[in-house]
Write a protein that binds this ligand. Sequence first.
Ligand SMILES: Cc1cc2nc3c(=O)[nH]c(=O)nc-3n(C[C@H](O)[C@H](O)[C@H](O)COP(=O)(O)O)c2cc1C
Length: 344
Amino acid sequence: MRNIYKLLNIQHPIIQAPMLGVTTPEMVAAALRAGCLGSLPLGDADAETCAQKIRATQQLTDQPFAANIFVNDIPPISEALKQQYDLVKKKLTELSTELEFEVEFPEIESIQPKGYPSQLPAIIASGCKVLSFTFGNLDKASIDLLHQEGIVLIGTCNSLEEAIALERSGIDMICVQGIEAGGHRGTFQSNNIPMNAGFSLLQNVRAAVSCPLIYAGGIKDKRSIAALAALGADGYQVGSLLICSKESALQAFQKERVDRLKEAEIILTRSFSGRYARGIKNKFIDLFEDSEFILPYPYQNKLTQPFRAAAKKHLNHEWLSIWVGESFRDLSRDSTETILKSLQ
Ligand SMILES: Cc1cc2nc3c(=O)[nH]c(=O)nc-3n(C[C@H](O)[C@H](O)[C@H](O)COP(=O)(O)O)c2cc1C
């Protein structure tokens, strides 16, 4: 069945992308007011934080929305990883002193996430009926558990093989993420730089799987949606279009940086998190990309987090991540509701 209206309880087949660090409960509520699916990003937050964020959003709306989590593998802490961690920590500590940032870096043992299975009881208990995920696939026991609870599952693919693997494992819908997309790649079968352009990927996936497809990457207006509908998409997920919206958590100096953006400044980088993500090139990326100072995800992400927070305090966009996709021009300051209605 490809009726996503019923499965997602929506009036328009448009999905506000989950964007950790940018999406607020207010953004989710505004997407729901526009008759679209709102998505609340939980990343790898612990169960208590997941419950709190869901509750905060439920206080703003009585409509159902999607929760979104990261389902990546977590590499064990080996001696080699510990040594590399200390090397990157030293580098960041020196940089912080140079920049006069006050940063406390955590020890590696304190930042190892518990993994997504520990989040699921809180998500189920909160009553969320749609769960989207990225960076991997759920294990069979989790898929069975979530289905027993009547939860619709949306996985993310960056390749045809990933789409086929998601469908075979019983995932209900697939978010097909094109190379244009802002933020992290959902890919889970490759560590290489992502190559698959959305246009071809969507057509390849449409020909190979029968579940509903949500396309993400580069959607700008009604015309992009019409083109994607012709290529076989059932739903349309928009992220970058909303990063400068009224409800975005980005601060004024970050939105102003986005306003001044030039095409060549939008790149894929592993520097901040250890996984490829699309965002704005800056001094941090110049220093870290292709260097020995990149740990595997999620360790790089966790270690650079307090440094990025300090850069934010200093309103310094050269040392923090701003994720944005290739359709970056003239991003609106309107409300999420107004922007999403303009796509209908
Ligand atoms: C700032 C930002 C943060 C993102 N965070 C997440 C996230 O937490 N979870 C997720 O599944 N996708 C995340 N994404 C990817 C989006 O779901 C989506 O694939 C992408 O925004 C679509 O491309 P577009 O930005 O060109 O609209 C993020 C994207 C951006 C721009």
